[in-house]
Design a protein around this ligand. Structure first.
Ligand code: HEC
Length: 134
């Protein structure tokens, strides 16, 4: 019984602790819009990463909506937090996966090399959020 209770407590606490050091407001107003924005020559992140699939980390946008509401944003925040290491942008999958390999990114991303360099302004916005600099 006690073991079960402890396990349940650990599991329920996990999402909260994994967002430690990450600012929700900054995520919602600065980071999240990047996932819904069209980059020239690329498909929007939300097109491939929304829903419940294996690599989904975003909620589906409601029909007609161009941005997530508050409840959806909370859920996105928790899911995206699982793809970053707070304080360490360069150890964060969210940043390294879509980054050009010559700029330090991962070898392959099905969605393309959306960040051509670490100086990319959107890369920087996400990196600042991960670092806790804003
Ligand atoms: C054309 C579809 C597509 C687009 C657009 C796309 N991705 Fe992906 N992405 C994938 C697929 C498929 C995978 C899994 C296979 C792989 O690693 O490439 C993936 C993997 C990832 C992963 C690793 C996820 C994990 O669970 O390990 C991250 C992080 C990621 N993408 C971020 C992004 C970001 C950020 C954007 C927008 C800037 C983006 N992707 C745009 C298709 C896409």
């Amino acid at each position: 019984m006690i073991v079960l209770w402890a396990l349940t407590a650990m599991l329920t606490l996990q999402p909260a602790s994994s967002t430690a050091g990450l600012d929700f407001e900054v995520f919602k107003t600065e980071v999240q819009p990047i996932f819904a924005e069209k980059r020239a020559g690329f498909t929007r992140c939300v097109v491939c990463h929304a829903g419940e699939g294996g690599t989904a980390f975003l909620e589906e946008l409601s029909p007609g909506a161009t941005m997530w509401d508050d409840t959806q944003s909370r859920r996105n925040f928790e899911r995206v937090a699982g793809l970053v290491t707070p304080g360490q942008p360069l150890a964060s999958r969210l940043l390294m996966h879509p980054l050009e390999p010559a700029a330090g990114g991962d070898e392959f991303h099905n969605g393309g090399r959306q960040f051509t360099s670490q100086d990319d302004s959107q890369f920087q916005t996400i990196a600042d959020w991960v670092r806790g600099d804003n």
